[in-house]
Write a protein that binds this ligand. Sequence first.
Ligand code: NAP
Length: 279
Amino acid sequence: MSDTLAISNSELIFALLLLTINKEKRMSIEHPHLAFEQHEQSLKDKVILVTGAGDGIGRQAALTFAECGAVVILLGKTVSKLESVYDEIVANGGLQPSIVPLDLKGATLQHYNGLADTIASEYGRLDGILFNASVLGNLCPFGQIKEEEFDDVMQVNLRSQFLMIKALLPVLSLSESASVVFTTSSVGRKGRSFWGTYAVSKFATEGMMQTLADEYRNSKKRFNCINPGATRTNMRAKAFPAEDKDTLKTPAQIMSTYVYLMADVSRGVNGESLDCQPK
Ligand code: NAP
């Protein structure tokens, strides 16, 4: 009797194993970005701007893009953090990056026009932008959102993207294949109580991406969103202070989707919103 049970247990384990393998296979067919294997030539000589490159996911994306052969333009608020990413890229043998210290809260179209001119004269084109920088703002009941805070979050998370894309479209047009990636969130697809301004800014980000993707659908430019999902960063810790962070993916573990969207392999992908951690 116990032997029979032992056999059926191992059969069960085998069946579960098969199910897992099939699930992995199915995931890689449904989500090719998850199966994408980056290497040192994946982004060879591409010129890519990363916002919020000093910390969290942006920091890792900058390092990974450089490992994949890109020249990375590091934009962010805290200069010391950008310098540390710069040093790490150079120490790893990556192409020399550039640093653009800029607080998105106070930046104007003039700053972004200056950035566009500098990129055009330094590199002759821009092949990619990762719009990654964001702030969470306060999580609170909608009626308690302060007007000034609403404006600040919208300025950093949304308006800066509008101004930057407006200024950088001409230099993106100089690329043979340009990829613009916006960062969204699950609360940018389905509203959630207390996530107030942050959620609204992410819905609007998805809208901006879709509008651009449709407008430029017959061009050499593509526009997509990426949803990193729960990832071990300061922002996540601020939103979920009681959470065990060891249960979360690290930024390094979600990079395949980032490189996939920047690489030429995703040339035909436009107007999509991809999940790094689909449920
Ligand atoms: P993070 O650790 O807080 O990093 C945010 C980055 O944005 C930092 O480099 C920060 O620079 C920069 N930044 C913030 N305000 C800025 C400003 N005014 N001017 C210039 N740069 C500014 O956040 P993260 O978790 O890596 O998030 C990255 C992106 O993923 C965000 O768009 C976020 O909404 C999205 N996301 C994250 C998660 C998650 O679980 N982590 C989930 C869904 C979506 P300083 O460090 O210099 O302030």
